[in-house]
Structure formats: structure tokens, C-alpha cells
Design a protein around this ligand. Structure first.
Ligand code: MG
Length: 268
């Protein structure tokens, strides 16, 4: 099932099941608990990120092809970093190029995002997916200068600027996506394909990530896990191609849809 979060004509948020391109049935209840799809169709005025995450955990260097393009050996364990929930941007909302703490090296990263639906600690590979509500598209927007040069060795400095985590356009529930490891994933800038790969290239698959992350930390419902990005990022291109004001960047994952955001300069 595809679930969207939306604003209605009165500006009230709600959830709906998307049945066709333009038919949305209102959902009653809590998507992290009990909910029902009603027979009432709704008219979304704006599509929102499918959730306001309570935590965002992200894994870097998790596609073989991406490790290769940046000349890095394959990691032995998942490389974890975190983002503030406030970094989330809605579909269609602008990615703001930082002009306060300025960056001129802002990059895109298409990623499969996993949404945790049931609290878990010490999950095993065998039961890990039982805790997943579903999947969505993410863009792990990255200020490479702050990530690599000026972040003191920590990824989070360059990754957690406001608007740097677009999510959407919908959440596809786990039952509709029994195998998240065979999906075509791509990014586009102004319609030009920059990254195109398959989630089969993941080094650490989704159950392994959930086992690893829940080994240290209780993953509560509403936690989002970004699973890493395939090759083709702007910083690895020759010459490097960073996002510019006026660009439009899309992330597309087979079975989920396309998440598109314009790029603008932050006003300071
Ligand atoms: Mg990433």
C-alpha cells in the first residue's frame, strides 16, 4: 500500500492511501499503530514528507560502486552518522544552499529510506524486517566542504543543514515491498540521470543494518534509516558537479516514486 501525508484545503495534515495517480482514500488512526483506510476520498493540497521522523540514522559508504568511485576500501561495519529531524524537507520544498555557514559544494545522494514501525532492540537479521513499517525515497543532501574539510572528521556537520533531508513522496508498506534489495534507484539533476543503480549493490542490507543499529540503540517507531547512496555523486564526477541555484533534483526508486526538490540559495 502507498501511504501519503498531506495537507487538506484547511491546512490540516492527514494520511491517505494512494490507490491510483490521483485517488486518495483517507486513513483513520495511527499509521504506527492501528489504522483503517476509509472509503472517503480526499483532495491533498500539498504532499508532505511521509512522516516527521523522531530520529534519523544514516549509513555512509554502503554501495560497492560508491566505495569504488571514491577509492575507499569496503567498510567492515556500517559507517553511522546522524541528522537532526529538522533537516527533513517535503516533496517540492526547496533544498537551500547554505549562505550563513556557507557551502559551495552541496551534493545530492539518492537513498532508500527505511521507516521503523515497531520498537526494537537487539533485533536479529531473521526478525529485523518485522519492525519495518515501510520504505520511502530520501535525498541525503551533503555539503562536501563541511563534511570532509571543516567538520572535524564528523559527517554530521555537512549533512544536517536545514532542508538537507527531503523524504517522500509516499511510504510503501513492507507487505507491498517484500524484497527491498532489488530496486532500481536513481537521481536526476535537471532531468539528467546522475546516479543509476540497484539496491542489490548494498554492502550491508536492510536486516543487517537494523540488527547493527538496534544492537546499541532502541529504534522507536518513526525512526528513519538512510541506507547509503550508489555511485554518481557530484563530488566524484570529473569535473565535480555540485548543486546550483535554479537546479531541480529528483530521487526515484522503483515501486515508490519520484521525490523532486528545487534548489535555491538560503536567504540570510
Ligand atoms: Mg548518504
Amino acid at each position: 500500500m502507498k501511504i501519503i501525508r498531506y495537507l487538506d484545503q484547511e491546512g490540516k495534515p492527514g494520511y491517505a492511501r494512494q490507490t491510483t495517480e490521483d485517488l486518495f482514500l483517507r486513513i483513520e488512526g495511527d499509521i504506527f499503530g492501528d489504522f483503517q483506510v476509509t472509503g472517503e476520498s480526499v483532495n491533498p493540497v500539498r504532499i508532505l514528507a511521509p512522516l516527521a521522523p523522531r530520529a534519523i540514522l544514516a549509513v555512509g559508504l554502503n554501495y560497492r560502486g560508491h566505495a569504488k568511485e571514491i577509492g575507499s576500501p569496503l567498510p567492515k561495519r556500517p559507517l553511522l552518522f546522524m541528522m537532526l529531524p529538522g533537516a527533513v524537507q517535503h516533496p517540492g520544498g526547496p533544498i537551500l544552499l547554505p549562505r550563513g555557514l556557507r557551502s559551495d559544494k552541496v551534493d545530492y545522494e539518492c537513498e532508500l529510506a527505511v521507516v521503523i514501525g515497531r520498537s526494537c532492540k537487539n533485533a536479529t537479521r531473521a526478525n529485523a524486517l518485522d519492525h519495518v513499517l515501510g520504505y520511502t525515497c530520501a535525498n541525503d543532501v551533503s555539503a562536501r566542504d563541511w563534511q570532509k574539510e571543516w567538520g572535524g572528521g564528523q559527517f554530521c556537520r555537512g549533512k544536517t543543514f536545514d532542508t538537507f533531508c527531503p523524504l517522500g513522496p509516499c511510504l510503501v508498506t513492507r507487505d507491498s515491498m517484500p524484497d527491498p534489495h532489488s530496486l532500481t534507484i536513481r537521481s536526476m539533476v535537471n532531468g539528467e540521470i546522475r546516479q543509476e543503480s540497484s539496491t542489490s549493490d548494498l554492502i550491508f542490507d536492510v536486516p543487517t543494518l537494523i540488527e547493527f543499529l538496534s544492537g546499541s540503540t532502541t529504534l522507536e517507531p518513526g525512526t528513519v534509516i538512510l541506507t547509503g547512496t550508489p555511485p554518481g555523486v557530484g563530488v566524484a564526477r570529473n569535473p565535480p558537479a555540485f548543486l546550483q541555484p535554479g537546479d531541480e533534483v529528483s530521487v526515484e526508486i522503483e515501486g515508490i516514486g519520484r521525490l523532486t526538490n528545487p534548489v535555491r540559495e538560503e536567504e540570510v
